[in-house]
Design a protein around this ligand. Structure first.
Ligand SMILES: C[C@](O)(CO)[C@H](O)COP(=O)(O)OP(=O)(O)OC[C@H]1O[C@@H](n2ccc(N)nc2=O)[C@H](O)[C@@H]1O
Ligand SMILES: Nc1ncnc2c1ncn2[C@@H]1O[C@H](COP(=O)(O)OP(=O)(O)OP(=O)(O)O)[C@@H](O)[C@H]1O
Length: 290
């Protein structure tokens, strides 16, 4: 994918950091360092954080405003910008402004997406010329979900999420519920009763309807709001967990059916009506050259 060069005038633009859904997730094993081997399908949705990069002349990387509960040094955008500077010796500075719309701990990959948008956009704005592959390698050190956001296309993923194969999946309407709880990814992966030995499947099996998420049993058991949301959403369409949750979603062929489910669920839940997209909104934006 070739991207048009960004010129200086767009420093003040805000850039999207979209959410992802895991349309299925199988755990097929575990590495010696404890990380789990997965098979998953990633698709983006048009629900985004928005990031603005303000140039500063003193070489310092900072946040305009910290996210509650996340110290500045831990913020994944700051860590991504610092990684780029360490990798290239770049002496520029930036003040990063994040408009946070994606719920944290929701299984939507918001932190990873913020990191990926920072890597991709600063690589352009700072004229660093790092390849997409190198950005994905750097991103993987920040989180298992970062590479898919760096490549920016719906993918079949294996390994811990870094072995990616681009696929096209139907771009359907999605109703997403954010249950009122925060699921800790690490805690789910540490659970004794987590399924860790699923048989590997092929892309055709997924297309034929194998949508299981191996984290579902553990999460449903421990988080009653997730269990309730799954029951209520499944009255409208097949309800699934994304990643380790807490968000649950259902796909719809027609906007009308999705709107009807959205309106009904809205009375009780924090709910979003969104669209699945195969190309990350970040890359659609970069290709359009603004
Ligand atoms: C479950 C997914 O959301 C699927 O997309 C991701 O694999 C999770 O990715 P992430 O949030 O970027 O996760 P990371 O920050 O890399 O890992 C958080 C913690 O989850 C556990 N972890 C994560 C991913 C993985 N494949 N195996 C694991 O065991 C590790 O204990 C790790 O310390
Ligand atoms: N810019 C950021 N945005 C969100 N979270 C961040 C950010 N920087 C660091 N974090 C940390 O990352 C944690 C995970 O946040 P994130 O929104 O990615 O969760 P998630 O959607 O459950 O991720 P995943 O699906 O990858 O498990 C947060 O609880 C927070 O401590």
């Amino acid at each position: 994918m070739t991207l048009k060069k960004i010129n200086r005038a767009v420093w003040t633009e805000r850039w999207p950091a979209p959410a992802k859904l895991n349309l299925m997730l199988r755990i097929t094993g575990q590495r010696s360092d404890g990380y789990h081997l997965l098979q998953t399908v990633f698709q983006f949705i048009d629900l985004c954080d928005w990031i603005t990069f303000h140039p500063v002349g003193n070489g310092v990387v900072s946040l305009q405003k910290t996210i509650p509960g996340v110290p500045e040094a831990d913020d994944l955008t700051i860590r991504a910008a610092k990684l780029l500077k360490a990798e290239t010796g770049c002496e520029q500075g930036v003040c990063i402004e994040v408009e946070k719309n994606l719920p944290m701990g929701g299984g939507l990959g918001g932190g990873s997406s913020d990191a990926a948008t920072t890597l991709v956009v600063l690589n352009e704005l700072w004229n660093l010329n790092l390849s997409r592959e190198r950005l994905a390698e750097l991103g993987l050190t920040l989180g298992a979900d970062v590479p898919v956001f760096v490549y920016g296309y719906s993918s079949w993923a294996e390994g811990i999420g870094e072995k990616l194969e681009r696929i096209d999946v139907p771009e359907q309407w999605v109703v997403l519920i954010r249950p009122d709880c925060h699921v800790d990814t690490k805690e789910v992966f540490l659970a004794k009763d987590l399924t860790r030995n699923s048989k590997s499947i092929r892309i055709v099996d997924f297309i034929a309807g194998q949508h299981q998420n191996d984290c579902l049993g553990v999460v449903r058991e421990r988080y009653q709001p997730v269990k309730d949301a799954l029951v209520e959403l499944s009255e409208f369409s097949e309800a699934r967990l994304t990643g380790t949750g807490a968000c649950v979603f259902a796909q719809f062929d027609s906007k009308k059916a999705a709107v009807s489910a959205y309106r009904s669920l809205q009375k009780k839940w924090q709910v979003y009506l969104v669209k699945g997209v195969n190309e990350s909104p970040l890359f659609s934006r970069l290709k359009a050259g603004n």
